[in-house]
Design a protein around this ligand. Structure first.
Ligand code: OGA
Ligand code: MN
Length: 284
């Protein structure tokens, strides 16, 4: 079987076919997938009915995995984050429950783990149970957004550093959502505002909901800049909306794409399993 990569939008995102992730991927096929990841940022694999072990095995080909912070009902230290609105009995958890409110943070444009000193390289999300409508995941290309800026704007942004802060982004939902000890686990970190892909050298912006302020800039001015760049990269032109089918596996590049989950009618179960490939170093 040969890997086939088909573009989904003008700027980014591609569907990958000709692979069965549960059967394992040859080195040659993996090389093609890795190149496609660097090139297209979002990879969609359809009809991948995989177990957690198979998802972990494929994810680990890209590098060591992150263990999850806070929100995982399975407890700390696991590499599979379960995003589910079902309780232990298999009943739908009402949207006003704290567990669900916490996850509404995923509905703001963000990039995974940008609040960690070393932010994540990629995330792989497997749709185990998906609603018949709604609950899409949208992606925005911070690379296409960067490319579209005039040169003098690019130069002005070069070298700027943002502070990313999980307590800041969760505070936008509800100032009491995080307890003091949760906040201590995730102190604010520095991230470059412009990053480059280490394999291709292609540059991109790096913003999202966790970006709180810009170093060496007035607070308001920095926040206005972040808001402006978030709006710029999330305009329709740079967005791919993924409509989930059961057993889709979608992998995204956290280094250069934002994503957000969309709401759905909470009568429907939505169960997604995520693995996260750790980054390789600080950005600033
Ligand atoms: C995530 C995430 C959004 C969604 O898993 O990191 O943000 O649509 N998910 O579930
Ligand atoms: Mn996310």
């Amino acid at each position: 079987m040969a890997v086939v990569v088909k573009r989904l939008t003008r700027h980014f995102a591609a569907e990958v076919s000709g692979v069965d992730l549960s059967a394992g991927v040859s080195d040659a096929d993996f090389g093609a997938i890795q190149n496609a990841f660097d090139e297209h940022s979002i990879l969609v694999f359809r009809d991948q009915n995989i177990s957690d072990a198979e998802q972990v095995a494929f994810s680990e080909r890209f590098g060591p995995l992150e263990t999850t912070v806070n929100s995982n009902p399975a407890g700390a230290g696991t590499v599979v984050t379960i995003l589910s609105n079902l309780d232990e009995a298999g009943d739908v958890i009402p949207p006003e429950d704290r567990r669900m409110v916490f996850n509404t943070g995923n509905q703001m444009w963000h990039t995974d783990s940008s609040f960690k000193e070393v932010p994540a390289t990629g995330s792989l999300l497997s749709g185990r149970q998906v609603p018949p409508e709604g609950g899409e995941t949208e992606f925005a290309s911070m690379r296409a957004g960067y490319d579209a800026l005039p040169d003098e704007r690019k130069e002005a942004l070069e070298g700027l550093v943002c502070v990313h802060d999980f307590a800041y982004s969760r505070g936008l939902i509800d100032p009491n959502l995080l307890r003091e000890r949760d906040k201590q686990e995730v102190p604010p970190v520095r991230q470059a505002l412009v990053r480059a892909n280490p394999a291709t050298g292609r540059k991109n912006l790096f913003v999202g909901a966790h970006a709180s302020y810009v170093l060496e800039m007035e607070l308001d001015e920095g926040r206005a800049l972040i808001r402006d760049l978030n709006q710029h990269v999330t305009q329709d032109e740079f967005v791919y909306r993924h409509q989930w089918r059961q057993f889709d596996l979608v992998m995204w590049d956290n280094r250069c794409a934002l994503h957000r989950g969309r709401p759905w009618d909470p009568i429907y179960p939505r169960v997604m399993h995520r693995t996260t490939v750790a980054g390789i170093g600080r950005t600033a």
